[in-house]
Design a protein around this ligand. Structure first.
Ligand code: FCB
Length: 454
């Protein structure tokens, strides 16, 4: 272990994360209606091998054993997401008691086991009925989201005190509505920009509902941040860096934390949209005081100018000599230090939780109850060390959630990419902690012992 545990305070949150569509299955049980991911996954050609989340890892039925598994690892916190189409099947109107009951049971059991529940309200599973009505490019979806947030807060807020409104609005907006590689699979750049704005508006309105319903709630939002660096230091690529950092990081952080959109990004987007959907009052609604910022970190982007001088095209350099995960992402713990330093430099101090970090590797199979995943152990160790480094530099990082508790449905990649610290046999649904889970448990234990005696 390279990890210096003394950098982590006694109340540091050691967690793991999942999301509803990736693990629950049971897509048509107890009144749940289809989400955009059910529709997208059922569309030929969208997901590798046509795989869907219809069964996933059957967490909807195995939740109790899964909580035991978490307790066995010594997790202090568990980040899950609530499925909107389970809780409010029509996307508007009344909540669905049977759907809510699932999360009631889950939360009660977590608390019984001493695990703090962290609920994410939106991890990409928009009710299909709302997509049919326009989806996130439509302003009404932001209002619908606030109503849904109110229902969940009323149901769980007496016990759930840690809330994340959105997971990675960049992905929901731009992968969902511009590149179309995620649900709903639209390729309409102007709609994607509108979607990003309405996601953030929905966040702001949901924060208001949460505060009104759960006065002692800790409320935040989770963004996926990337350090962006040039292919070389010739200076020719600085504008590409500015553009990518602008759209992926600042386009979200600035309105959420400072109440303004970056002017340079608005100018970059001018050929795509006049942004008339941004109303004057929206920025005040979006920029709510937050208790923390959730940061998901996976990799960095190395970018260069387009091949034609003066073009606005950007090239992403994929072959850059860095070691890769099974999804082809660079293994780059220094990138976590850099992006956190950027947040520290550019925004007012705010507590930070790493709400996702992890990697897919081609793990071996289960042999005698053991899965050797040394790559993942090394990955987690080095990224936790990056967190320690930033704490030593004065950044208030209060917790870390490994992505993911267990192997699951990796969106358009299907089941082929395994991110779990716990292995799942998809034929039998048997869970087997990998070496990384055992290692993580030993870190948590060592930290607990050190802070109890020290
Ligand atoms: C993030 C998502 C999460 C998971 C990881 C690998 O972008 O939030 O659901 O798919 O990537």
């Amino acid at each position: 272990m390279t990890l210096d545990l003394s950098a982590f305070p006694a109340d540091f949150s050691w967690g793991a994360a999942t999301s509803a569509y990736q693990i629950e299955g049971a897509v048509d049980e107890d009144g749940r209606t289809p989400s955009i991911w059910d529709t997208f996954a059922a569309t030929p050609g969208r997901v590798v091998a046509g795989e869907t989340g219809a069964v996933a890892v059957d967490h909807y039925h195995r939740w109790s054993d899964d909580v035991d598994l978490m307790a066995g690892l010594g997790l202090g916190a568990y980040r899950f997401s609530v499925a909107w189409p389970r809780v409010q099947p029509d996307g508007v109107g009344l909540g669905n008691a049977a759907g809510i009951a699932f999360y009631d049971r889950l939360v009660d059991r977590l608390l019984e086991k001493g695990i703090t529940p962290w609920a994410t309200l939106y991890h990409w599973d928009l009710p299909e009925v709302l997509e049919q009505a326009g989806g996130w490019p439509s302003r009404t979806t932001a209002y619908a989201f606030a109503d849904y947030a109110g229902i969940v807060a009323e149901s769980l807020g007496d016990r759930v005190k840690h809330w994340i409104t959105l997971n990675e609005p960049w992905c929901a907006a731009f992968l969902g509505y511009a590149s179309g590689i995620h649900a709903p699979g639209r390729t309409e750049p102007a709609a994607a920009v509108a979607a990003s704005h309405h996601l953030m508006l929905g966040h702001g309105l949901a924060v208001e509902r949460l505060r009104a319903t759960v006065p002692d709630a800790q409320v935040g939002v989770t963004v996926n941040l990337y350090p962006v660096v040039p292919i070389d230091d010739s200076g020719r690529h600085d504008d590409a860096v500015r553009r990518v950092d602008g759209l992926m990081n600042r386009w979200f952080l600035d309105p959420l934390l400072q109440g303004s959109y970056p002017q340079d990004v608005l100018a970059d987007l001018a050929p795509v949209t006049d942004a008339a959907f941004i109303l004057d009052e929206d920025l005040a609604a979006i920029c709510q005081p937050l208790d923390f910022l959730g940061v998901n970190y996976y990799t960095r982007h190395v970018v260069g100018a387009g091949l034609w001088p003066g073009s606005s095209e950007v090239r992403f350099q994929l072959e850059n000599g860095m070691p890769k995960t099974a999804t082809g992402w660079d293994v780059d713990p220094d990138g976590l230090v850099e992006i956190l330093a950027q947040v520290q430099r550019d925004y007012a101090p705010i507590p930070i939780y790493i709400t996702e970090n992890g990697a897919a590797f081609d793990d071996g199979t289960v042999v005698d109850g053991v899965v050797r995943d040394a790559d993942r152990v090394d990955f987690l160790d080095r990224h936790l060390q990056a967190v320690a480094t930033m704490r030593q530099r004065g950044l208030d990082v209060r917790g870390y959630f490994a992505w993911s508790l267990m192997d699951n449905y990796e969106w358009a990649e299907g089941y082929g990419k395994r991110f779990g610290i716990v292995h799942v046999d998809y034929d039998t649904q048997v869970r087997t902690p990998k070496d990384s889970a055992r290692w993580y448990a030993s870190v948590i234990r060592a930290h607990r012992d050190a802070t109890m005696t020290g």
